[in-house]
Design a protein around this ligand. Sequence first.
Ligand code: NAD
Ligand code: TYD
Length: 341
Amino acid sequence: MEKTIIVTGGAGFIGSNFVYYMLDKYPDYKIICVDCLTYAGNLSTLKEALKNPNFRFEKLNICDHDGIKTLFEETRPDIVINFAAESHVDRSIEGPEIFVDTNIKGTQTLMEVCRELNVPRYHQVSTDEVYGDLPLDRPDLFFTETTPIHASSPYSASKASADLLVLAYCRTYKFPATISRCSNNYGPFHFPEKLIPLMIINALADKPLPVYGDGLNVRDWLYVEDHCKAIDLIIHNGKIGEVYNVGGHNEMANIDIVKLILKKLDKPESLITFVEDRKGHDRRYAIDPTKIHEELGWLPDTKFADGIEKTIDWYLSHKEWWQEIISGEYQNYYAKMYGGK
Ligand code: NAD
Ligand code: TYD
């Protein structure tokens, strides 16, 4: 059956992968991307989607109530999926205000418009970072959907605040929403400020690879397409008012990822440089995905060994995509964040 889906933040990493996944899987659906194109949004990422008659792009800020309402009135979406966010922890430490504006106020604005127009379904793309972190010496512990919210950074606190608002809207207004909390994603179109693409790109240029602290912090990596599949299942079969954790039991220490990338690129480990630790650096994230597996049948398809290979190959064959990004404003960011370290 034909549906119209609004994807906010669709010019970013996960949102764009989701746009391509949905256009491919549902040839009857109309996909409308709403994105204000911050430093992290890139229209060239959507170049192929823009050729598809079922896809439309609208340059709009999710905090712009009137602009969003006009678009929703015109297009009457069946589902709104909110990927739009300020997403980088280090930037949230340098300047938290925009995180409050976009991640909290933007979410609330979208939900208000949905309520005003009776949009039948809303999905909030959240993160495992809302649960805070786990100790390294308790590998038996995992985040479940009932783990208390305990955010550490301005980024995760803003995402946690948005989640609380979504759940409050569900209870107070019977707002038809679901939430997914996913672990760290990797794959094509990942912005080069994040660990995996940054290390690939620096290694290719024989530049130092800046590892924070002791490099033993653990993240639970999931190939981005598996996240897209999870969201697809939730928006079609998930229960309103529910939270679903998404993760593939793939915990890895940062230093091991960095060494693996160097090995795959045939570069020396002498490029590794330990730098000052991130403030408030979360030690370990680890998701228990039992609920989404048992209720919706979700399981990840891509093993890390294959996913990292595909990702490295993608960065090697799409140099023009990331070279354009790192030649601009990103240079100033890099100098500011890593210059003194
Ligand atoms: P990203 O930074 O790559 O992309 C964010 C996109 O949102 C960009 O295209 C940007 O232009 C757009 N945007 C930002 N502010 C906006 C605004 N006010 N109005 C409209 N558009 C705006 O982020 P990502 O890594 O793709 O993450 C997408 C979502 O998934 C975020 O909500 C993030 O919290 C969540 N998430 C990310 C990960 C991860 O590993 N990257 C893991 C779990 C959850
Ligand atoms: P990141 O990709 O920023 O994701 P998140 O902080 O949301 O998990 O970082 C992943 C891990 O890599 C995190 O423990 C911080 C670490 N890291 C580095 O060691 N060096 C870097 O230059 C970056 C960007 C991250």
